[in-house]
Design a protein around this ligand. Structure first.
Ligand code: CU
Length: 140
């Protein structure tokens, strides 16, 4: 009996780990609609998020092939093990857990980078990660 409950407990743990990451459908692509790569803009800057091959769903809604946008501002894309956990909510990593598809940012003058990374209902990046290319802008 004891062994059986140990097995049940490990199966639960395995199941839990496996649930931590959601698969991305083949060909899914996040992108930044605007501003354009290399654009010179004035602050505040409205950033519009695009997504093809998947749907947008608010955080907490566990629905296959959906996710919500995160915007990396002047921040490198997470790599390795960091991609297996919920994305932190920190400076330069904004969550749009309400399913928003744009944001208006106050940015200081100078060069800035923007990049989108999609997260699932638990804010965990998909497998493979669904990210936009890096957009570099200059704020005048
Ligand atoms: Cu999130």
């Amino acid at each position: 009996m004891r062994i059986l409950s140990l097995i049940a407990a490990s199966l639960f743990l395995l199941g839990h780990t496996a649930m931590a990451q959601s698969p991305a459908p083949e060909g899914a692509q996040a992108y930044i609609i605007s501003p354009d790569e290399g654009a010179t803009v004035t602050s505040p800057v409205t950033v519009r998020f695009g997504l093809t091959g998947m749907g947008v769903a608010p955080a907490g809604i566990d629905k296959a092939n959906t996710g919500h946008h995160h915007l990396l501002i002047d921040r490198a894309m997470p790599t390795g093990e960091d991609l297996e956990y919920s994305l932190p909510a920190e400076d330069g990593l904004r969550h749009f857990g309400g399913g928003q598809t744009e944001v208006t940012l106050d940015l200081p003058k100078g060069r800035h980078t923007l990049q989108i990374l999609l997260g699932d209902h638990n804010h965990v990046p998909h497998v493979p990660p669904v990210a936009s290319s890096l957009v570099t802008i200059t704020v005048e």
